[in-house]
Design a protein around this ligand. Structure first.
Ligand SMILES: Nc1ncnc2c1ncn2[C@@H]1O[C@H](COP(=O)(O)OP(=O)(O)OP(=O)(O)O)[C@@H](O)[C@H]1O
Length: 329
């Protein structure tokens, strides 16, 4: 196997073209031991001489499988073989749900990066993960924002960024790569557990779609997520600008929005402005009905008002203005 494969070249180009990271930076690579993160660390190790990065591996032991200590040892041995620093965090109490595991993991990775001065946390999410997340969110019911499905970069703190360089690589490719380089994959038994919706999408729905509709379905779904991401970013940015122009602070710190200005804007932007406003005043994320109720006030007769939102605030039309009146006391 030649040391430099088309996948090496692709990732090298992706990192450069998307400015994922620059030369000589400190990268903390999150390695579970599965095929995606093994492929990721091997690629970064091979690219390292060209970029001069300082690489390290972090592993999180959730203690939710009996073989998790052996899994952690396995990853530690790999780090030793490659002669790079290894950081392990073991959960004090076994983590028992997917969502808790994820939150705990990101917290742990951020803490390690902060303590040991890594600017980047890198994960092995692939185009296949992106396709699964897109389908999952689509079925749960979500606006375009949920359909962006995994972004290339996400700030974790002011100076730590999460980066996912494999978003254009499919799981079939990472598997092939691990085989080509004889990388010892640690099989995660919970990946076969069909109780988890994500695993059913991966093991049942996507193979069905591939076989019966389009063999390229994964890449196509991932590309859709990519297009949506850029569009959502643009719309959010434009809505932020419009919100600034349309809003003034009223009496007692209440917010007022100019209906005249908002009326001239497309519905997509009106909704986004309203969602941003509600995100600031509601205790939880606003839902579709909340956003529709307040958006309707842009064209409603004078003195119209909404019933109280969660947390007690109401919105009311006062001539040219929509006034958001927070609950008193
Ligand atoms: N136990 C672990 N230790 C370190 N890194 C991990 C661990 N599990 C997962 N990761 C990192 O997260 C990436 C995605 O893993 P996986 O798809 O299993 O997680 P997920 O729960 O779907 O994550 P997300 O919610 O971020 O999509 C892996 O490629 C790896 O980089």
């Amino acid at each position: 196997m030649s040391l430099w494969t088309p996948l090496h070249a692709q990732i090298h180009r992706t990192i450069r073209a998307r400015h994922l990271f620059e030369r000589h930076q400190n990268l903390l690579v999150a390695v579970s031991g599965g095929q995606d993160s093994l492929c990721l660390i091997k690629l970064l190790l091979d690219l390292q001489p060209k970029w001069g990065w300082n690489l390290a591996i972090a592993h999180c032991d959730h203690r939710w499988r009996s073989d998790s200590p052996a899994n952690a040892d396995h990853v530690q041995n790999l780090a030793q073989t490659w002669n790079i620093p290894f950081y392990l965090e073991t959960a004090i109490n076994p983590v028992n749900s997917e969502a808790t595991a994820r939150n705990w993991r990101y917290q742990v990775l951020t803490n390690i990066a902060q303590t040991y001065n890594y600017q980047y946390i890198i994960t092995g999410h692939t185009a296949s993960d992106r396709a699964e997340t897109l389908l999952y969110n689509l079925m749960r019911g979500t606006g375009a924002d949920g359909l962006q499905a995994l972004t290339w970069q996400r700030p974790m703190t002011d100076n730590i960024t999460l980066v996912r360089p494999l978003l254009e690589v499919t799981r079939t490719q990472t598997e092939q790569f691990c085989q080509d380089f004889n990388l010892p994959i640690w099989e995660d038994s919970t990946n076969q557990n069909l109780q988890y919706a994500r695993n059913r999408i991966r093991n049942e729905l996507l193979p069905y779609l591939k076989q019966n509709f389009n063999p390229q379905v994964e890449s196509h779904l991932a590309q859709t997520a990519e297009l949506l991401q850029a569009e959502v970013e643009y719309l959010e940015q434009t809505a932020r600008q419009l919100r600034l122009e349309a809003s003034v602070k009223g009496e007692k710190e209440d917010l007022q929005l100019n209906r005249h200005l908002l009326k001239k804007q497309p519905l997509a932007l009106q909704r986004r402005v309203m969602r941003q406003v509600l995100q600031e005043i509601l205790p939880d994320a606003p839902n579709f009905e909340h956003i529709e109720k307040i958006t309707a006030l842009i064209t409603a007769p004078n003195r119209s008002q909404t019933d109280p939102f969660p947390g007690g605030a109401i919105a009311q039309v006062q001539g040219e203005w929509i006034c958001i009146i927070k609950k008193q006391g």
